[in-house]
Design a protein around this ligand. Structure first.
Ligand code: ATP
Length: 366
């Protein structure tokens, strides 16, 4: 096991700056998820750590060793790819033992290591099969097994679950976490799926255009996103953003949108006051909106009216798109709420969860 440190790491491909000035200290045994939209530089970072790409600037350390010029095979990392990259002509046993054979490990040790990994992954009965005789999930497990037998100091995962169907992906997600709890190997995991990032990472690192936006625990990133990009990327359906003007006095501030007025939390008054009379962007998560007809008392300044546009029942909840003037606000409601397209309805928001952003910079005000 090992710590991994990225120090001012940059990578350019011709004119493209794939990674810019990236700093990150990963603790021994930590599970870090790099997440962001396509092209944000997450695979490049992983490939730099693996030594599959040459670094343009900065330093990468694995343990105490500067690895910038260390050959991939000598970095003591194991990478698992999206497409598994198994050898089709070899059996499961041979796929898992191949790298140990290359290192001239004794046959007895190889047998022990492969059988140990196969036991850990539930592959014991499949060792003589070829990859084409396996399901997608079983192939992914073999790819994992191949990484495990090497007993690396760091696991590098590049979207390892994205070829699996939804049900298997959830099952494998749990298996990977269970494996991490048992092996405690430092792990860097790349995904574009924010739900995967939230559920798996000790910390998640959100990237945009090669630049780190935020690195923190999933809950902290969800509760306290640093800017509108992170706020919109983490959480599904995405946070609603509404242009507003900040109004009020004496510790009571409101965000006035084109069609509604929302009271801002009292404990955020100082921050709101700094924007008095100015325009800003209000952030409202779909899960912090309820149907106001629910019988609970409604405080003034915590509701909006809108016309139901689209209703998506998904069993456990209803995703409702509401037209509120020019704005469309998405709400996650109780599945048993009755609402139909065209209904004029009142919705209640949980003011304590409101977010506010600077309109120009997109940075978080609170
Ligand atoms: P995805 O989720 O689509 O895999 P990503 O976040 O992993 O995206 P990278 O593959 O790291 O993104 O790519 C980051 C940027 O660098 C992109 O603009 C990409 O086009 C560019 N890039 C990556 N590899 C190369 C290369 N070998 N040559 C030129 N440009 C590259």
């Amino acid at each position: 096991m090992a710590e991994v440190r990225f120090k001012a790491v940059g990578k350019t491909f011709g004119q493209v700056k794939a990674v810019r000035d990236f700093f990150l200290d990963i603790a021994d045994g930590e599970f870090i998820v790099l997440v962001g939209p396509s092209g944000c530089g997450k695979s490049t970072l992983l490939r730099l750590a693996a030594g599959l790409e040459e670094i343009s600037s900065g330093e990468i350390y694995i343990g105490d060793r500067l690895v910038n010029d260390v050959h991939p095979s000598a970095r003591d990392v194991a990478m698992v790819f999206q497409n598994y990259a198994l050898y089709p002509q070899m059996t499961v046993y041979q796929n898992m033992s191949f790298c140990l054979e290359m290192r001239r490990v004794s046959q007895n040790q190889i047998k022990d290591k492969v059988r140990g990994a196969a036991r850990l992954l539930g592959l014991e009965h499949l060792l003589e099969r070829k990859p084409r005789q396996l399901s997608g999930g079983q192939r992914q497990r073999v790819a994992l097994g191949r990484a495990i037998v090497r007993n690396p100091r760091v696991f590098l995962f590049d979207e390892p679950l994205s070829n699996l169907d939804a049900k298997l992906r959830i099952a494998m997600r749990a298996e990977l976490l269970d494996l991490h709890q048992r092996l405690k190997t430092t792990t860097i995991y790349v995904t574009h799926d924010q739900l995967e990032a939230m559920t798996m990472g000790d910390r998640i690192v959100v990237l945009k255009d090669g630049v780190m936006q935020q690195a923190d625990s999933p809950q902290h990133v969800y509760d306290h996103p640093v800017n509108m990009f992170v706020a919109g990327f983490i959480g599904a359906p995405a946070m609603n953003f509404l242009d507003c003007e900040i109004m009020g006095e004496k510790g009571e501030f409101r965000a006035s949108t084109a069609n509604a007025e929302f009271k801002l939390p009292r404990d955020k008054a100082a921050k709101a006051e700094a924007y008095l009379g100015r325009r800003a962007v209000l952030g409202l998560r779909p899960e912090h909106i309820d149907d106001a007809a629910g019988g609970r008392q409604v405080e003034p300044g915590s509701t909006f009216k809108g016309s139901v546009w689209v209703v998506e029942p998904v069993g456990s909840e209803k995703i409702v798109h509401v037209r509120c003037g020019e704005d469309v606000i998405v709400a996650r409601l109780d599945p048993y709420v009755t609402c139909r397209p065209g209904d004029m309805t009142e919705f209640r928001i949980r003011s304590e969860h409101l977010h506010l952003f600077d309109q120009e910079s997109g940075l978080t005000i609170f």
